[in-house]
Design a protein around this ligand. Sequence first.
Ligand code: NDP
Length: 298
Amino acid sequence: MKILLFGKNGQIGWELQRSLAPLGEIVALDRHSTELCGDLANLAGISATVHQVRPDVIINAAAYTAVDKAESDVATAYAVNAEAPGVLAEAASAVGAWLVHYSTDYVFDGSGSKPWAESDPTGPLNVYGQTKLEGEQRIAARCATHLILRTSWVYSARGGNFAKTMLRLGRERDRLSVIDDQFGAPTGADLLADLTAHMVRSALPGSAGDLAGIYHAAAAGETSWHGYARFVVDFASKSGVDLKASPSTMDPVPTTAFPTPATRPHNSRLNTAKLQASFDLQLPAWQQGVARMLAEII
Ligand code: NDP
């Protein structure tokens, strides 16, 4: 199997380089790649790359993920998150490849408290969510053999993440204020990469596209940012990290306490029943992956 990966150095892209390795030949690109174009803002360039590589599967882990910056940088966010996936879908169809793509719970309006199902009506609250939704729609319209994984609250041990920020602040301060009215499931980039490899193996070979579609993919269970932060501080304290803050000195505050350019949804819960049933997979509790990541970084 030949796999063409865009966005190889992002959180998920990095983990995909590991999880896809046993499946076949991987051509992995980022926006700075020179021999082949991997810059999603260069629409003609990425189309030419697909036609030159002629892969069995294209995996797009690249995206404009700066949620607040997207509010004022609409044209770039739109090109990368909406137009580029459409171009990749068209090129995938032309060469007979599958297209695997990632999207977000931000396509929903965050109302209610029920985990969102794939068939629920969308209603993005910000530019990032709008551009990601249009990316999904363009893929669905242009390439029948697609897998779109909508996920939430992605972290990885590599690079900055929410847990590292909480640990840094916990060393500096006695008390921390953390948002307690947004709910979701912290989901490891490693878990998403492993799911992707399983899904590609199941969906692809000789398949007529029966498993094609949108799937919600997130770790099991739910928490708030406040609950997530308490878990991190508790785990670190028990592991011997010297912190000024403790789980009991983390103050729950509403989203309005930290105004941001982009509106965030309150309900980021995702119903993952379709993915688990279709691919015979079981999603682990969010605490399991976060504890593993913490053990790596502490
Ligand atoms: P990252 O921000 O870690 O990675 C995104 C990658 O895309 C970066 O390597 C970035 O490169 C690259 N990129 C940005 N613009 C371009 C471009 N013009 N051409 C090529 N590459 C580009 O994101 P994640 O790994 O967390 O996200 C992967 C997917 O998951 C995305 O589709 C995202 O929308 C989705 N998702 C992420 C969530 C999260 O919490 N992070 C939640 C829900 C969904 P550079 O570093 O050079 O900018």
